[in-house]
Design a protein around this ligand. Structure first.
Ligand code: GSH
Length: 340
């Protein structure tokens, strides 16, 4: 998303090898997550009073009939933040079943929940250890119905720590058709994790946490492969041991899901994309509320080239946004989730 300076658009003669080399050197970061709300003031009040976020900035674009508000726990140049969109006259959205939640790390979940209740906030899951694990969590719902998971952790520079999206195997089949199974490791999400391996090479496998595999068999069997596994096969391959001893292996008949944490640095200091695969669920309704995650790159032209070389789907060709200097490109992943 950062402007590419005076670099010319990359020539289309870029080879796959060059492209992959470049991706490893590109400085990427999760910048913000974008979604729509029906009443900006109501949401800002809830996030600041109940979740302790700061209103970072607001911009109104009357010609396009919308207003944006940026909220978070620190400045945009160093933190992952929320970008709310209010479209004039639209007062509600369908959150959909595919969107999971945003994660917020707090030092005391019970205390935070008490505060949220005192402010009239809706708690959908009382504080307590996560099913099958030890981390104390709770779920709350914001005024539009977006869920926030509160996770009990020590102090962190990045309290806004997760965006959870559900992914399906149906996406994997479509993706395999694009890329051919032999190329499935060169997928977009794989790049995402691969990139972070540049910054955190030795922690790569530790950063991929997979919960509750019913058995290693199930995770690695090609027919039953969760889409997330297909999506970053190399990573999971190297993380197979983590998957077994780091994942929670009991009670799997009850929980029946696999999660993969993807991002550009360790989870305690960086926001991550949490992909959830529920065994056997092949399709989710995406609603119309959640929009996209924005990722910073040194060069949107090269990034778009790389996405295309990986048979990814670029939905907006790289180039400047009208009226501002920022250059963007956009793509959708195999499940149709959008990234800018
Ligand atoms: N079926 C769940 C979904 O799609 O949301 C699978 C994901 C899941 O269960 N995640 C954990 C959770 O929400 C958090 S990592 N646990 C609920 C609880 O412990 O009450």
């Amino acid at each position: 998303v950062r402007a590419a300076g005076n670099m010319a658009p990359v020539s289309s003669a870029i080879t796959q090898e060059d492209a992959l080399d470049w991706v490893k050197k590109d400085k990427r970061r999760m910048l913000h997550v974008v979604y729509r709300v029906g009443d900006l003031d109501r949401t800002i009040k809830f996030y600041t009073e109940c979740l302790g976020m700061k209103l970072l900035r607001k911009r109104d674009i009357p010609e396009e009939r919308y207003t944006n508000a940026f909220l978070g726990y620190g400045p945009e140049d160093s933190h992952f933040v929320i970008e709310l969109t209010y479209n004039y006259g639209v007062d509600q959205y369908d959150v959909g079943a595919g969107f999971g939640h945003f994660g917020v790390a707090v030092e005391d979940v019970a205390k935070t929940v008490d505060l949220i209740k005192a402010k009239g906030g809706k708690v959908t899951r009382e504080p307590g250890p996560v099913k099958g694990g030890r981390t104390v969590i709770a779920f709350i719902e914001d005024p539009d119905g977006y869920k926030f998971e509160l996770l009990e952790r020590g102090p962190t520079p990045e309290p806004l720590c997760q965006v959870m999206l559900r992914v399906a195997r149906g996406g994997a089949s479509r993706w395999r058709r694009y890329v051919g199974s032999h190329q499935s490791r060169n997928t977009f999400a794989h790049r995402m994790a691969d990139l972070s391996s540049k910054t955190y090479p030795s922690t790569l496998s530790r950063r991929l946490t997979v919960h509750k595999p019913s058995s290693l068999q199930q995770i690695t069997s090609p027919r039953d492969k969760p889409r997330t596994v297909n999506h970053n096969s190399k990573i999971l391959h190297s993380a197979n041991t983590t998957l077994v001893h780091g994942g929670v292996t009991h009670d799997t008949q009850l929980h029946q899901y696999t999660i993969a944490m993807m991002g550009y640095g360790p989870e305690d200091k960086n926001a991550v994309l949490e992909l959830t695969y529920n065994y056997g669920v092949t399709e989710y309704d995406k609603g119309n509320g959640y929009a996209q995650i924005a990722i910073g790159t040194d060069d949107v032209y090269k990034t778009a080239e790389v996405i295309k070389l990986s048979e990814g789907k670029v939905t907006r060709e790289p180039g400047p946004l009208p009226g501002i200097n920022t250059k963007i490109t956009a793509c959708v992943d195999p499940d149709g989730w959008k990234t800018v």
